[in-house]
Ligand binder design. Structure first.
Ligand code: SF4
Length: 328
């Protein structure tokens, strides 16, 4: 007797409740589901991996750092409240899933998107835009809202039973909470949880970086997660480590033409001066370092290192009022 082949779906998995539920809904009707998650400097795969363990589901992890950063510099559909280009980000992720589906023979690309749940990125028009831009609209299924959307190819061809899909819409999370109970889902992250692009303070730093350096690369962006940042009048950037871990990270990252300043006071900050070797910038960076080293306003001896060459400098702290205007 010929056994019917199992329908195979690849489903975006962020670790948020909706993404877990989409997988559960499909599995309930016998679809074999593989999760797909992404990493960039702005979000990682930690929550998705935990969710995959909880669901006992295979998960693929894809690093999309470079493409995502290029899109982020000029997202065709703009940003949300912060620097989050959610429509284009979703479209990119779904496009990737579509490419994998084509390559590996998946029948369905699924997401946990819910019609009307988020005003900007999940209204009907945005869902249509995402589907169109992803290039795989024909096999893109949103199991949680499918009954409110046009039938997709897997539904029309009977690979997925549309009747067993859902019609959730709107911002109330009540139906999702009930489903979480039904499927025994105990932990998940909040929507957009863990995405730095929805963090106002990080977004301000990122915007400043991209305005100042439109050609910024992934390492420049990763640096934004470390320390206190200052932009001097000359355009040079000063990053001050806030603790030992950040000091170590700054020391490791110092690149060609970067200057590392370490005070003789311990514990004290490590300061990284980027984009400048001008004497006045070195002087100001050293004085900022002295200020955070906190030696009661007295002069401090410091070591400068650049391209492996070391030298000594003595600096007087600046008052915080003198450099607060440089803070990013
Ligand atoms: S919240 Fe972050 S990860 Fe999620 S779609 Fe928006 S930009 Fe992408």
């Amino acid at each position: 007797m010929n056994e019917k082949r199992k329908t195979r779906a690849i489903s975006l998995l962020s670790g948020g409740l909706d993404s877990l539920l989409a997988i559960c809904v499909l599995r309930e009707q016998g679809v074999s589901v593989t999760g797909l998650t992404f990493t960039t400097p702005f979000f990682g795969s930690k929550h998705a991996e935990a969710a995959a363990v909880q669901l006992d589901c295979e998960v693929m992890i894809l690093d999309i750092t470079d493409e995502h950063l290029e899109m982020l510099k000029r997202p065709p559909h703009g940003y949300g409240k912060c620097m989050n280009p959610c429509i284009d980000c979703h479209a990119m992720m779904i496009e990737k899933a579509g490419e994998i589906a084509k390559r590996d023979g998946y029948d369905v690309v699924a997401t946990g998107e819910v019609l009307g749940e988020r005003p900007m990125s999940q209204n009907r028009q945005s869902l249509d835009t995402v589907a169109k831009d992803s290039g795989c609209a024909d096999i893109l299924l949103r199991p949680l809202s499918a009954k409110l959307l046009e039938p997709t190819r897997p539904e029309i061809e009977g690979l997925v039973d549309r009747e067993r899909l859902l019609d959730i819409q709107g911002r109330s999370r009540k139906p999702q909470m009930e489903l979480a109970k039904k499927y025994g889902i105990k932990s998940y992250v909040q929507p957009a949880g863990g995405c730095l692009l929805t963090d106002p303070a990080f977004s301000a730093r990122l915007k400043e970086l991209l305005d100042h350096n439109p050609g910024a690369v992934a390492d420049d962006v990763r640096m934004l997660r470390l320390g206190r940042h200052f932009r001097l009048k000359s355009g040079a950037k000063v990053v001050v480590g806030r603790n030992e871990k950040e000091n170590d990270a700054l020391t490791e990252r110092v690149g060609e033409n970067g200057i590392l300043i370490t005070s003789d006071i311990t514990p004290g900050p490590v300061v990284y001066l980027m984009d400048s070797a001008a004497g006045s910038d070195v002087d100001m960076a050293a004085r900022i370092c002295a200020s955070y080293a906190d030696n009661g306003g007295n002069e401090i001896d410091m070591e400068l290192s650049m391209n492996g060459e070391r030298s000594r400098i003595r600096s007087t702290p600046v008052t915080r009022d003198e450099f607060v205007e440089f803070r990013i």
